[in-house]
Design a protein around this ligand. Sequence first.
Ligand SMILES: [Fe+2]
Length: 387
Amino acid sequence: MIWDFQFHLPTRIEFGNGKVQELASRVRELGGEKVLLVTDQGIVKSGILQKVTDILKNGSIDFVVYDQVKPNPRDVDCMDAYRLAKEAGVDLLIGLGGGSSMDTAKAVGTLLTHSGEIKDWYGLNALERPISPLICIPTTAGTGSEITFFSVVTDTQTKLKMNILDIRVAPKIALLDPELTVTLPPHVTASTGMDALTHAIEAYTCTISEPITDALALYAIDLIVQYLPTAVQEGSNIEARKNMLAASLIAGIAFGNSDVGGVHCMAEALGGLYDTPHGVANSMLLPYVFEYNIPADVEKHAVVAQRLGASRDGKSALETALEGVELLKKLAETVQIPKMKDLGNVNPTDFSYLAEAATQNVSAPSNPRKASKEDYLQLFQKAFEGA
Ligand SMILES: [Fe+2]
């Protein structure tokens, strides 16, 4: 943990059942006259897009829709959405959906105020001015993208996930309505929830965690442990949905101000190559990276393990921390995350390439224990074998 830090929360949070009904007022408040609604086909099929466009129509808001966002959003799709926005004269964006829709909206907002191509704006603090005003409406409880200052985009030429990391991509408003998450299928609830858990654990254990992010991360872990299995098994349980949406938001604030670590470095490499859903990749890798990282800070890993349900009675911090590894595997099993081997498209001959990509990730220096390409290679092998 560091004791020399900054903490930012530039996004206004509006949280509550039915909050989406305020959308037209929020657009007007931000001065939006022509809106681009960025979303995906899942949101179209679920009826959520219809609900949201009805709200905009009833509020006399002029808008166009880009509904072709794919999981692990690609630079070429962001460019398509940008061309649509530019042609329509868009001055405000709405990201509606999971992390992919919100990250695409951030990328489009970047291009609207900067021009050029997405790759021109990768990296830390590369922007020259704020992006177009953005309202994010998450329909999953996991990504935290509604509150974070970055956009993760897959570069189709290198097949690497790249990041725009800049406080100027932060949404103006995060509109969180738990009722929008009740139709989320169990497997998406599970994988996105495990993504949120990974955010919280990595925010807490990484090299640049600080007191405020630690407090947020631990509470997020508590909420996820308590409510994720119910949200998966009983989708219409609004109590579980509300707590999971809050947990993903809080974990997002935590890792947005702290960082993630080795799990995300590996998961982004995997997702970049195979399109593995981000939360699934994180969940499959989390127990192994957690175990690897224990020697860097046994006490902090023991604290996480306790939050996951491990007992401390008569045990050393190391024994408790190791119990955490098993609890992470058990939770993934409870919410039915598939095994890496069962995905069908993961080929161990790619692990050397993936390990190299993990070392190149922007968050690699934040992992609590130094990890070489060889270390990442062994972790990929371990996770694949399910040892
Ligand atoms: Fe994530």
